[in-house]
Design a binder for this molecule. Sequence first.
Ligand code: SIN
Ligand code: CO
Length: 400
Amino acid sequence: MTHQYCLPADITPEIFLRDYWQKRPLLIRQGLPQIAGMFEPQDIIELAQEEEVTARLIQTHLQQDGSEKWQLKTSPLHATDFDNLPEKWSVLVQNLEQWSPELGKLWQAFAFIPQWQRDDIMVSFAPKGGSVGKHYDEYDVFLVQGYGERRWQLGKWCDPSTEFKANQPIRIFDDMGELVLDEVMQPGDVLYVPSRLSHYGVAESDCLTFSFGLRYPNASDILENFCKALEHHSEQINSSEFAIPFRLAPDVQPNGLLAQQSIQTLKQQLIALLQHSSQFDALFTQAIATTVSGRRYSLLNTEDSFYPDELADVLQSGARLYQDANCKSIYTDNGEIFVQGEWIDELNATERQLLAYLADGNALDWQQLQQYVSAESSLALLLDSLCDWLDNGWLLLDTE
Ligand code: SIN
Ligand code: CO
């Protein structure tokens, strides 16, 4: 596998993760030169008006007293929304992986961050002066300049207690504190902004900025998926230690009261069970894997379906298969595969290995496919599965 990371020559993935990740910003001049020229502003303005797109249009109106009034409109956006715009505005489109497999492939430049932490690629267009204001985000992001120039300023660290301006449709504030970076980015430049670091990007000319955004699960996501895992395994659960009642020795209390003390005792017993139970570890692994392999955007229908013999033909003529970045596919230490928030439990060992190989960012060609042929997976069966996975939108075929 050849990795073309976007990092500077003297910063290895190990150094980046140790010294920069969630600690310090990093400006990488020409970290991703391939992105320059991939899109023009008009492509994005038109895309923002497509029916199934998630987009936001932000307008900045200058008031008579010199202050700015922000206005937000979320998708669906229409051509008329782009009439009579003020001088400063921005349009943002989420989940670009859905619309451009070529762009989705560029996630490989960030493959030193595990795939399970990916969120999506967002793009913003703004004419000169356009911005989404000074703010911080709860996620880490690699900002990549794709077209034109944008000036980025980075300032103070924030946390959930940092206040945003009241009565604004977007989360912004005025005070960035002392600036730690103030640079103009050119097409191909990359800026890593750690979560909670305040940032402010202003277009210097018509400009496109791509945000390769990451994300992490929270307690509520995990607990929701934990309940789904419990349900999935309800039969085993019913005959396990999870089904044994907790023991309580309450003090004398009014008869109708459910005392806080009883609740605390039950909580302690539950925590103790979770800590020693291997069954819990298995369920929890499933809960985490389904949480982090899920995407906020569902897959739209893919265009081409293949028959196994057609796929065999194109692979033999040099085409390669790889994981579609529009889909999340991960595997756990015990080799289980999770795709788009689902545990794929019907796979045989060979299929699991094949999907794990693709989840690591590797391309599969005809020759490599032969190495997966085994007693349980004939070539015909593998080609069948690959056609299904293509159909599901898990894989892409690269015929170049
Ligand atoms: C932008 O591209 O204008 C905003 C990106 C960000 O602040 O995260
Ligand atoms: Co931001």
